[in-house]
Design a protein around this ligand. Structure first.
Ligand code: NAD
Length: 475
């Protein structure tokens, strides 16, 4: 495709904080789809990685780590004109500090995950419930209500979190059409929850299988992945978390509940890097994924909660990530956990050396009349390379969502801080679609008890209610 649409002008400065795997993939899409001269773009990054990419596009690159002490001093001189946009694609820089800054200068904001300052995920002085994404999100929701309306700040809008929340809405509409409940998309949060409840969607997996491989085998002492290894290790070391649905019968024995906030999620007193769950994707079939904590596990469960007028919860889906990373990342995680959660000495983010494979990323809605339905993107590496430079399939799914989130912010400029669920899913999917490869929906009769033979090793599983979380998690 050569006649790419220009969606909007970006007025003032565009600042990209962090220029790793996602930043380098996003830059060419920004220049392709927005009206902005490269000279108005500045990249600020804590290392020199990607400097040549910035130079190729004529964009200013500043090698500088942002800290709580220097944030305002570094960023203020860049936002001298009205407006502007800050896109946060870093690790270790507080999302909420950047949102506050953007509000002071009237700039738009977008990130792909709610990041704390360095060390925030693994501070042993913090109690476990304060090292969760539930806690980070609650802090973000408080800031959203404190700041109120103002320049739009899109929170946690990559592939997941981000795009998958729009997949959930489209999947609900598709199932509703297929079971004859009506296929019109609801307009309000309450109506979306009512639809999910009416369809008896007991829960949702963010079910991902990354099959990208290269000819360069992982060696001992090396962590190999298709996106941020720092990011993956950080979230893998947080407690596993899941939106906790009304259909579940009992809290897991290592489950922890939060004392404050929306109440939509629980955490497990174990790291996600060592917590496996059963799930299904169309091409891979039944697989084991890691229950890594993610913002969308909480925001989706919260958004689709139905309540009585007095606030009593009547319906909520269980929701969690079930992530089978690329094979070398599975080996890397295995080594990392075996070594007492000490990170490997060397990190390798796979790019040009990938020879084949795809990232099958979607949502599996289960428990309804047709058992389970997966809806999502099956983007392979060959198609990725025809669509955009400087990224693998995983990265392009994220870049597409960043692009769509930026478009939505510019089209809806005064929304304050928003989560993916509050945005228009049809518009987001329309903008992202050209970069997602085949976007497919697929029903399955698989359940977490399919094919299980517990005669040899009797276990606590419930064949009558196959989708209970206790059947999903591997003990
Ligand atoms: P990466 O590890 O490849 O790059 C991280 C970048 O952050 C680097 O350029 C690094 O220099 C920069 N950085 C680190 N500390 C900094 C500081 N103090 N000041 C300025 N820059 C700093 O990571 P990535 O794969 O590009 O991911 C970027 C972010 O996107 C991470 O938060 C990651 O969790 C998130 N992510 C989200 C999704 C999603 O689908 N929602 C997917 C992938 C990544």
């Amino acid at each position: 495709m050569t006649d790419w649409p220009i969606y909007a002008p970006i007025k003032g400065a565009l600042v990209i904080v962090g220029f790793g795997s996602i930043g380098q993939g996003v830059l060419p899409l920004i220049l392709r789809h927005f009206d902005i001269e490269p000279t108005r773009i500045t990249i600020i990054s804590a290392d020199d990685n990607g400097r040549s990419v910035a130079e190729e596009y004529g964009v200013c690159f500043v090698h500088q780590a942002i800290t709580p002490d220097n944030l305002s001093q570094i960023l203020s001189p860049l936002f001298t004109r009205e407006g502007g946009f800050l896109v946060n694609l870093s690790v270790d820089v507080s999302s909420l500090a950047l949102v506050r800054f953007c509000r002071t200068v009237g700039a738009f904001y977008l990130d792909t995950c709610i990041e704390p300052w360095s060390g925030g995920y693994t501070d042993p002085d913090k109690e476990m419930s304060h090292r969760t994404n539930y806690w980070l999100r609650e802090t973000s929701l408080k800031l959203a209500s404190e700041l109120g309306a103002g320049p739009t700040a899109v929170m946690a809008h990559g592939a997941n979190p981000g795009l998958v929340s729009h997949f959930v809405k489209q999947a609900l509409v598709n199932i509703a059409g297929d079971v004859g409940v009506g296929a019109e998309a609801p307009r309000t949060r309450a109506d979306w929850a009512a639809l999910a409840s009416k369809l008896n969607v007991q829960g949702i997996h963010i079910a991902e299988r990354d099959t990208q491989v290269s000819d360069t085998a992982k060696v001992p002492g090396e962590f190999v992945n298709t996106w941020s290894i720092d990011g993956f290790l950080s979230e893998g070391m947080q407690p596993a978390e899941l939106g906790w649905g009304t259909f579940e019968d009992a809290l897991p024995e290592d489950g922890g509940e939060h004392e404050e906030g929306c109440g939509a999620a629980i955490y497990l007193k174990r790291p996600g890097a060592n917590t496996r769950v059963r799930t299904w994707t169309p091409l891979a079939g039944p697989i084991l994924g890691y229950l890594i904590t993610h913002n969308e596990a909480i925001s989706v469960a919260d958004y689709f909660t139905a309540r009585e007028d007095d606030g009593t919860v009547t319906y909520r889906p269980t929701c969690h990530y079930a992530y089978h990373p690329c094979d070398d990342a599975v080996l890397s995680l295995h080594e990392f956990v075996g070594n007492g959660f000490v990170p490997q000495a060397n990190f390798r983010l796979m790019g040009d050396e990938i020879t084949k494979g795809l990232d099958e990323l979607g949502v599996l809605l289960y428990g309804h009349a047709k058992n389970a339905y997966w809806f999502g993107s099956q983007l392979d590496i060959d198609e990725t390379r025809t669509l955009a430079p400087y990224q693998n399939a995983t990265g392009l799914q994220v870049s597409a969502a960043v692009l769509a989130g930026m478009v939505w912010a510019l089209e809806n400029p005064n929304e304050g801080m928003v989560e993916a669920e509050a945005m228009d899913h049809a518009r987001i999917l329309e903008v992202a679609a050209p970069y997602l490869g085949p976007v497919v929906g697929s029903y399955t009769d698989w359940t977490p008890v399919t094919g299980r033979n517990e005669d040899l090793f009797p276990a606590d599983y419930d064949a009558d209610e196959p989708w209970l979380f206790k059947n999903v998690i591997c003990r």
